[in-house]
Design a protein around this ligand. Structure first.
Ligand SMILES: Cc1cc2nc3c(=O)[nH]c(=O)nc-3n(C[C@H](O)[C@H](O)[C@H](O)COP(=O)(O)OP(=O)(O)OC[C@H]3O[C@@H](n4cnc5c(N)ncnc54)[C@H](O)[C@@H]3O)c2cc1C
Length: 560
């Protein structure tokens, strides 16, 4: 952590006063949606757009950048064309509120394939991580004083002690497994090792799987959040076990299942990948929306047309955009079979997520673990803090509300404060708070779209929930950026706001992603490939789709 000399340390101010002062200084109480964040030079920005490349990548999400880096590294002259003013897609850092740098969409790293980290020398290109230990904190709202909380970390004995507060039996489960409690808590991971015998975990509701292992509700609800994150699904929905597996299969610095904050926010990861691509010679451009994939007389892709009419020729076109945008908007429809177009149009993109990025003047102080008077961050502040997570039934009720076209009355909230480990993200003494919340339907009851009023009312409801666990939170707020599913679609191009480019349900995975018969990155148009999360293995900041697509495209390129 950055150390400050006492002379530089900000004078403590009462939270509300400081929030008001900051708000006045920054000229913002609530960040305007769609406000462009500060424009920063990006790697490869000085390149001149050429009329011809070997490969063009549509979109500079992290997967597009990974694909470009591998292609260019193999000697394929590659350009990346991004429609936004920033690189990274959903892996981006934006200074939405002056002085506060947000991981505006994704905010935690675990899934990035270790091979990519190594091949692209991401550390040499500036990638730094802040691993978290402890990693999960679930404060409980209850009548007793002080209320209890559940803190999970890599220290087995301490984690057992924490679990024993709620169920001595659950704490013993670890001992029965030879003390190997960590992988047990990562229940999906343990079962993942026995995958052939664990068909059930892939197909069962996660609530059923967890009931077989544990009895205490806060523990089961905390683990269940990873099974429904980003999915319009309840813990009682069959197949929710798979989503949990997806979220625990990562590895960071040799530690399986670990998650970390990226120093400088998630955009710093995209920046490091872009640096790697540019160092090999790739050209990377922002504010270059692609309007159309060009298809030659032979039926193969032969380049792209930009929004301003500029045409670029290339033998390979890789699309980091969603399957829906790629095949329903960018590709000439007469080149595709109606059955294929229908399948893509019918992909399930329902998404429950509203992301709220909040600038605060001081750390939240939780009833279950109050912050000391000097405001020093406590171990739990670096965790994923799970709110409205007292029991699995609460998660299910939050899901059911959305089925009625209502945002959840008590939304499931994952609160993170990355500035606790990375003070460079906020002015001294202040913090950035990420609220990953669900369930919010794309369209409200009666087909009503989200308006300003509904968006703000939902954010107020979420803030009321946080306030119940951490009184004083609302008074500390300097500004907020609320992204409902339609906002996520508009800003990031995520269809339906789906954080994975499409649901991670079993029928949309593996050889069926994005659709059966085109699950290998190739498309019905020769020379056109999908390289983003809509392709196998799906969503998350993994880079796998980008790397795999580059490998397939490279094989074809060599044979042309
Ligand atoms: C709110 C939220 C929270 C998340 N949290 C996490 C997390 O903590 N950890 C995690 O691992 N994953 C998380 N995810 C999921 C993860 O961020 C995404 O699955 C992943 O970043 C998608 O990467 P991608 O490169 O495949 O696509 P994207 O990031 O969607 O990139 C696609 C790019 O293509 C561009 N584009 C689209 N159309 C065009 C066009 N016509 N012309 C030019 N450019 C175009 C887009 O602007 C975008 O930059 C989260 C996602 C969201 C939305």
């Amino acid at each position: 952590m950055r150390r400050q000399s006492p002379a530089l340390r900000p004078q403590p101010l009462p939270g509300a006063e400081m929030a008001a002062r900051l708000g006045r200084r920054l000229g913002t109480a609530h960040a305007a949606l769609g406000l462009p964040s500060r424009r920063l030079a990006h790697p490869g920005a000085r390149a001149q757009l050429q009329p011809e490349y070997d490969a063009v990548v549509i979109g500079a999400g992290h997967n597009g950048l990974v694909a470009a880096a591998y292609l260019q590294k193999s000697g394929v002259r590659t350009a990346v064309l991004e429609r936004r003013h920033v690189l990274g897609g959903a892996a981006v850092t934006e200074e939405i509120i002056p002085g506060f740098k947000f991981s505006r969409a994704s905010y935690l790293l675990s899934l990035l394939r270790p091979q990519i980290y190594k091949d692209l020398e991401l550390q040499r290109h500036g990638l730094r991580l802040h691993p978290r230990n402890p990693y999960s904190f679930t404060p409980v709202l209850e009548a007793r004083s002080p209320p209890r909380s559940l803190l999970l970390g890599h220290n087995v004995a301490e984690t057992q002690r924490q679990i024993a507060q709620f169920s001595p039996r659950d704490a013993e489960v670890g001992e029965r497994r030879g003390g190997d409690l960590w992988p047990l808590l990562q229940a999906g991971l343990v079962l993942g090792k026995q995958l052939p015998q664990s068909y059930q975990v892939l197909t069962a509701p996660i609530s059923k799987v967890l009931d077989q292992w544990f009895e205490s509700e806060p523990l089961k609800a905390t683990l269940a959040t990873d099974a429904v994150i980003g999915a319009m699904a309840s813990p009682h929905t069959p197949g929710s076990g798979y989503v949990l597996l997806h979220h625990v299969m990562g590895e960071l610095q040799g530690q399986r299942g670990a998650w970390a904050y990226v120093a400088g926010g998630m955009g710093a990861l995209s920046h490091a990948i872009a640096c790697a691509a540019a160092a090999h010679g790739a050209h990377i451009f922002t504010e270059k929306p692609v309007a159309r994939v060009l298809v030659g007389a032979n039926g193969a892709a032969c380049g792209v047309a930009l929004g301003d009419g500029t045409e670029l020729r290339s033998r390979l076109v890789l699309s980091n955009a969603s399957p829906q945008h790629t095949f329903l908007q960018l590709t000439p429809q007469e080149q595709l079979l109606p059955a294929f177009v229908r399948q893509v149009g019918q992909l399930d993109t329902r998404s429950p997520v509203t992301k709220i990025n909040v600038a605060v003047a001081r750390l939240p102080s939780f009833l279950a673990a109050p912050t000391p008077h000097d405001g020093r961050p406590q171990p739990h502040h670096q965790c994923s803090i799970h709110l409205n997570c007292e029991d699995v039934a609460l998660l299910h009720r939050a899901f059911e509300d959305a089925g009625q076209g209502q945002p959840s009355t008590r939304p499931v909230i994952e609160l993170c404060i990355p500035s606790v480990l990375d003070p460079s993200l906020a002015p001294p003494g202040c913090h950035v708070v990420s609220l990953f919340t669900q369930y919010t339907p794309y369209t409200l009851a009666g087909g009503r779209p989200w308006g300003e009023q509904e968006r703000e009312a939902y954010a107020d409801r979420v803030f009321d929930c946080v306030e119940a666990y951490a009184p004083g939170f609302k008074a500390s707020v300097v500004g907020r950026d609320v992204l409902t599913p339609p906002d996520l679609e508009r800003v990031f191009g995520l269809p339906g706001g789906n954080i994975f480019h499409g649901g991670m349900s079993l029928d949309q995975l593996y050889f069926a992603r994005p659709v059966p018969s085109y699950a290998g990155y190739r498309s019905p148009i020769p020379g056109l490939y999908l390289c983003g999360s809509g392709a196998h293995p799906g969503g998350g900041v993994m880079g796998a789709a980008g790397r795999n697509a580059a490998s397939v495209a490279l094989q074809d390129f060599k044979q042309k």
